[in-house]
Design a protein around this ligand. Structure first.
Ligand code: ATP
Length: 294
């Protein structure tokens, strides 16, 4: 059997830190969204488990630290399966960007190998295994539009009125999630930087893009902007190109903007590409992982 898999990126419409969990992790409240930008993975039957990675920009290791192999090992351990797989990964999602690239690859590996190895595990079980790899992996398995709480593992689906068009790109070097959260402790959170999660959710449910634009927010943005001033300029450039709202996603360093119509979005993407060659237009997606049998 040979599988062709799309591992989709995500953006954060919102990201708020609402407290500290008993285990010391941040208690988050976010609206997370799968988008059509994706990494491409193939997998086929083999005796050994192997991974090869091809990429455009920055470097991702193809060794056992890669989240694809970590996910595959966790699945072997959970299921007792000793089969192998030949996996290839082509990276298109920017790295250390807050677009969930590694998490999405891990989710694709879990969902794909579940099929390839005939394990018959349900998504809830895959999400539990995924959470041992990373906090965003359960979201990437579930995909679509979700209100994500806790460390991001408590997921509630939100019904979206209609697909929306966005541009996204990484205007500068990547940022590590750990570095950003450490700096957040020093800087603290100002109330005016908090998103309005309830209004943003209502806007998505009703397809009210203007209200969505006003309700976006990410409490990590001021910290990441301080660490990478290019983020600030990129957000202003997206707004100047006609977005109804623009923000940083996750812990950065990628930024996105949402538009009223596909046409306005396409025009803005063409304009922004002159300054930011990696700028891409994309659409919201209803799931995080797409599997096709070849
Ligand atoms: P998130 O949005 O989930 O916080 P991110 O987009 O900020 O994630 P990633 O692109 O997932 O960050 O990568 C973070 C780190 O993980 C990188 O330093 C990279 O070397 C490592 N990594 C391991 N496996 C992968 C993978 N398959 N794809 C991308 N990065 C990976």
């Amino acid at each position: 059997m040979k599988l062709k898999i799309q591992a989709r990126a995500k953006i954060n419409w919102t990201l708020d830190v609402v407290g500290v969990l008993p285990n010391g992790y941040h208690d988050l409240d976010m609206l997370m969204q799968s988008v059509t930008l994706c990494d491409q993975m193939t997998m086929e039957d083999a005796d050994e488990l192997t991974l090869s990675v091809r990429m455009g920009g920055s470097f991702v290791p193809a060794d056992e630290t890669n989240l694809v192999l970590r996910a595959a090992r966790a699945l072997q351990q959970h299921s007792g399966c000793t089969k192998g797989a030949r996996i290839t990964l082509r990276k298109y999602i920017p790295v250390a960007a807050g677009m969930g690239g590694g998490s999405s690859d891990a989710a694709a590996a879990l969902k794909g190998l579940n099929v390839l190895w005939g394990l018959g595990l349900d998504d809830d079980t895959l999400e539990e295994i995924g959470l041992t790899i990373g906090a965003d992996v359960p979201f990437c398995i579930r995909g679509g539009l979700q209100r994500a709480q806790g460390v991001g593992e408590r997921l509630t689906p939100v019904a979206m009125k209609r697909p929306l068009y966005i541009v996204a790109f990484q205007p500068c070097r990547g940022l590590s999630t750990k570095e950003v959260f450490t700096s957040l402790h020093e800087d603290g959170i100002r109330d005016e930087d908090r998103p309005d999660n309830e209004a943003a959710q209502r806007a998505l449910e009703n397809g009210d893009v203007r209200l969505l634009g006003r309700s976006l927010g990410n409490v990590l943005e001021p910290v990441s902007r301080r660490l990478r001033p290019d983020i600030d300029k990129a957000i202003r450039d997206i707004e100047a190109a006609g977005a109804v709202g623009a923000r940083m996603t996750g812990s950065g360093s990628a930024v996105f903007g949402v538009f009223l119509h596909a046409g306005a979005c396409r025009k803005a993407a063409q304009e922004l590409q002159k300054t930011y060659p990696t700028c891409r237009m994309m659409r919201t997606a209803e799931c995080g992982v797409v599997i096709e049998e070849e």
